[in-house]
Ligand binder design. Structure first.
Ligand SMILES: Cc1cc2nc3c(=O)[nH]c(=O)nc-3n(C[C@H](O)[C@H](O)[C@H](O)COP(=O)(O)O)c2cc1C
Length: 237
């Protein structure tokens, strides 16, 4: 199985998105997958201009000469795409949305009605599965709701199968060293197990997904620690 991880956090390897993605990919590799990470921040990807050249004048090809053509080719050779994004203002990062918009050359422009819903006619075979990994700073799980819904709908629009998601709220708690590292270790183990399960079973179990979200620092203490951190940073200006 070939897994292509599309990493959309501008923090790249310094960020928490990569911290959990790396673990998941480690688990996937141990289960026999070949994995590759694309850092969107490093790629040159212009915004979709909506000109529809890729549907009409040069079907399947965008007029923009940038890194997207190669990424689309990579996607055609991939079994599973993992979208790795932090929550940015209740959704994916701009880098990820830009990438997803630029996938439309893969679609046939014509519409059809499938399951009572307008869809694009399936044109050619490309990576048929998508899985989401995400982190956010706030404590509540509902911070992921708009993102999950967006990915589910985008998967349908792009004729891809949504394989689920693994999420980490209160993600800064992974860096709060004073907290029993056992709790942090267990969360990180869950991400590694998720990669293994994804390769072996095609899904991540409810138990593993739950363990990835386990509370490390109680809500009020987490809030106080973060606010103290920002006070200190601002005081240092
Ligand atoms: C522009 C911006 C918007 C954000 N919006 C949210 C948000 O709506 N909800 C939330 O819980 N966290 C939000 N965060 C926090 C990020 O999800 C968090 O910092 C995450 O760790 C960033 O990913 P990274 O560590 O890979 O850079 C936001 C961060 C930034 C920079």
């Amino acid at each position: 199985m070939h897994i292509l991880a599309i990493h959309g956090s501008p923090s790249m390897k310094r960020g928490k998105t990569y911290l959990v993605l790396e673990k998941l990919l480690k688990g996937a590799e141990k289960a026999g997958a070949i994995t590759e990470v694309v850092f969107l921040q490093k790629e040159t990807i212009g915004e979709c201009t909506g000109c529809l050249t890729c549907w009409i004048k040069t079907p399947g090809k965008c007029f923009q000469k940038d890194d997207m053509a190669e990424l689309i080719e990579k996607l055609k050779r991939t079994d599973l795409m993992i979208l790795a994004t932090p929550v940015y203002v209740d959704g994916m990062t701009g880098q990820c949305k830009n990438f997803i918009d630029r996938l439309i050359p893969l679609l046939d422009p014509h519409y059809e009605i499938r399951d009572g819903h307008f869809r694009h006619v399936v044109k050619e075979k490309y990576c048929s599965k998508i899985f989401l990994i995400s982190v956010c700073a706030f404590h509540e799980m509902d911070n992921f709701d708009p993102l999950i819904l967006h990915i589910k709908r985008a998967a349908k629009n792009l004729n891809m199968e949504h394989m689920g998601e693994i999420l980490r709220p209160a993600v800064y708690s992974l860096g709060m060293k004073k907290v029993g590292s056992d709790a942090i270790g267990k969360v990180m183990e869950a991400f590694e197990r998720a990669g293994k399960e994804l390769v072996e079973n095609g899904v991540v179990s409810e138990k593993t997904r739950q363990e990835a979200t386990n509370e490390i620092v109680p809500k009020e203490a987490y809030l106080r620690t973060i606010n103290r951190y920002f006070d200190a940073q601002i005081g240092r200006r």
